[in-house]
Design a protein around this ligand. Structure first.
Ligand SMILES: [Zn+2]
Length: 87
């Protein structure tokens, strides 16, 4: 994904996302357009937004008129990698 890993900040706790996180995206005919300003870090997604200890549902993270899918991503120096997609 063409995303600067340094640009990802959790919209819930405000901390930079440095390992993994959840990234809402719009689905434009199979091409995902990430919405970095709505991203949440893995800890917040798992513990604050999802049911305790569960990955969040897309609607836990964003309004349905904001995005279409929730990408689970890993963040490293190499960049942002998409692990899975939830609709
Ligand atoms: Zn967070």
């Amino acid at each position: 994904m063409e995303l600067d890993p340094d640009a990802l900040t959790c919209s819930h706790c405000g901390e930079p996302i440095t390992d993994s996180g959840y990234l809402p995206a719009t689905d434009a005919s199979g091409t995902y357009q990430p919405i970095p300003e709505a991203a949440v870090c893995g800890a917040c997604g798992f513990n604050e937004l999802g049911m305790t200890g569960c990955a969040p549902e897309p609607t836990d993270v964003f309004d349905s008129d904001t995005a279409d899918v929730l990408l689970y991503v890993t963040v490293s120096d190499e960049g942002v990698e998409r692990v899975s997609v939830k609709e």
